[in-house]
Structures are given as C-alpha cells and as structure tokens.
Design a protein around this ligand. Structure first.
Ligand code: KIV
Length: 280
C-alpha cells in the first residue's frame, strides 16, 4: 500500500510507529521499499555522506532533484520526502514555491521537507496551498549550523523549550503534515508529540516520538567521519564492504578473477580465421 499523508496520520491515531530512513539512490530505494519502510528521506545529508562536504550548506537544488528522481524510481510503496536545500526557501515565498514544485515535478517527490519554525510558516502555507505536502524540521537544524554554533542538542533551557513548542504548533498550524525533531531532549519531544495532532519523527529525540529516522550510512556503519550519540549500528556493512573491496583487489591482482565461468565464448573457427588474417 502506498504511504500517503492520510495513511501516516492514521498511524499516529492508531499509535503505530512510523519508520523512515534516508536514501539517495535507486538500488538502495528498491531494497528499502521492499521492507515496508513508511518513508524514504532524500536528506540534504547527502552533502555529508554522498558528496563528502563537512555540512549541508553547499547542497544545490540540482543535487536534490538528481537524487530524489533516482529514489522515486525505486520506491513503489514508501513516501519519498525531498529536503529543500539551504537558501532554496529562506529567500522568499516565491522561491520556496518554485523550488518545492521542482522537487515534485522533476524529482517526483511525494513531499518536501524544510527546516525552521515560525520564520518559515509563510513558506509552508504557500507550498501546502499549492497541494505539496510539507514535513517541517525543528531542533538541531543542520542548515543553521553557523548560527547554532555547531551540532548541539536544542531546547534544553525553559526559554528554548518554549520556543521549540511554539515553533511546533506554528508549523502544524501552517499546514505541515509531519515534523522531524532532531537532537531534542526526549521529554520535550514526548510533550511536543502529545501536543501536536500531526506525527513527529525523531532523530536523537527519544522513543516518545511517533516515528524515527536515521541516516542509513550511520545505522549500517558505513560512515566513520563522525558518529552521533543517537545512532544504533544495526549492521556492520562498512566492514563487510571493505572486506569485499579488498578481496576483489587481491583477486584481480593475483589473476583469480575473472574465472572461466565469467567469460564469453567465441567459436574456434572464427578465432582461427582471425589469427590467420593477422599473420598475413
Ligand atoms: O538530511 C537529513 O538526513 C535529515 C535527517 C537527519 C532528518 O534531515
């Protein structure tokens, strides 16, 4: 069954958890989609884990469209959510609508995600009015790393917690159908989850959220530049992949690969004729 805004809302009402992972390419999307994951997020974290930047600031609309289209081709049942990259929506409501539209039309996303609370409610309203579902993103918002002073837990003081709760209410009011809470104390995230009628999806925000999201390279142990505290390694695919790359390198070097069964045949008559022609 294809996941929609409505099926995800019903999950919250039934108290069923929503599962989301980041995804950036077709073959991974097919694998993830076959497991029944509810949502695939083409996160601008692709700037870190795919493109090797130290933050998400340099990610472009072209990067996002390119990867969203690949994921959308592989996802038949999961909802594909595309991140709006830095300065694709903060600059104006017009920019926000044009760029959200491109992620839908060219990337074939099912929804877009943008960072921020009260400051982006006009953008959220306009995008939703254009019939594009919006996921909001609060707490540690990586596009604001330069004003937040680093990748830190958000909402710990009374003032900051009040602000986060007010932002959550504002994005719901503006029409967002879900909100990602990143690096938020678990009790505050649980209160936000209880207060809102739309689903919350946590990353470093505890089990009280309506759903969870992780960057897949983190949960597979494929990314070693840094390891956030909230990540659980569900498999050590990084070691598995490295071992396979090493074995391949060795087998090519020592001539064991390719073997007979990997080769294509040609008739001896054709070869004999060809060799004779070469000798003349
Ligand atoms: O870009 C991303 O991967 C995200 C998740 C961390 C929620 O926004």
């Amino acid at each position: 069954m294809k996941q929609t805004v409505q099926t995800l809302q019903e999950k919250k009402l039934r108290g069923e958890k929503i599962s989301m992972l980041t995804c950036y390419d077709y073959s991974t999307a097919k694998l993830m989609d076959s497991t029944g994951l509810d949502m695939l997020l083409v996160g601008d974290s692709l700037g870190n884990v795919i493109l090797g930047y130290e933050d998400t600031i340099s990610v472009t609309m072209e990067d996002m469209i390119h990867h969203t289209a690949a994921v959308a081709r592989g996802a038949k049942q999961a909802m594909v959510v595309a991140d709006m990259p830095f300065l694709s929506y903060q600059t104006s409501v017009y920019d926000a609508m044009v760029n959200a539209g491109r992620l839908m039309k060219e990337g074939r996303a099912g929804a877009v995600k943008l960072e921020g609370g009260q400051v982006v409610t006009e953008q959220i309203q306009a995008i939703v009015n254009a019939s594009i579902p919006v996921v909001a993103h609060l707490g540690m918002t990586p596009q604001s790393v330069n004003t937040l002073g680093g990748f830190k837990v958000q909402g710990k003081s009374l003032e900051a917690a009040r602000k986060l709760l007010a932002d959550a209410k504002a994005v719901e009011e503006a029409g967002a159908f879900a909100v990602v809470l990143e690096c938020v104390p678990e009790k505050l995230a649980a209160l936000v989850t209880k207060t809102l009628s739309i689903p919350t999806i946590g990353i470093g925000a505890g089990a009280g959220c309506d759903g969870q999201v992780l960057v897949y390279q983190d949960m597979l142990g494929m990314f070693s530049d840094y390891q956030p505290k909230f990540v659980r390694k569900f498999a050590d695919a990084g070691t598995l992949m490295r071992d396979a790359f090493l074995l391949y390198q060795q087998e090519v070097q020592n001539g064991n690969f390719p073997a007979k069964e990997h080769n294509f045949a040609i008739s001896d008559d054709v070869m004999k004729q060809l060799e004779q022609e070469e000798l003349q």
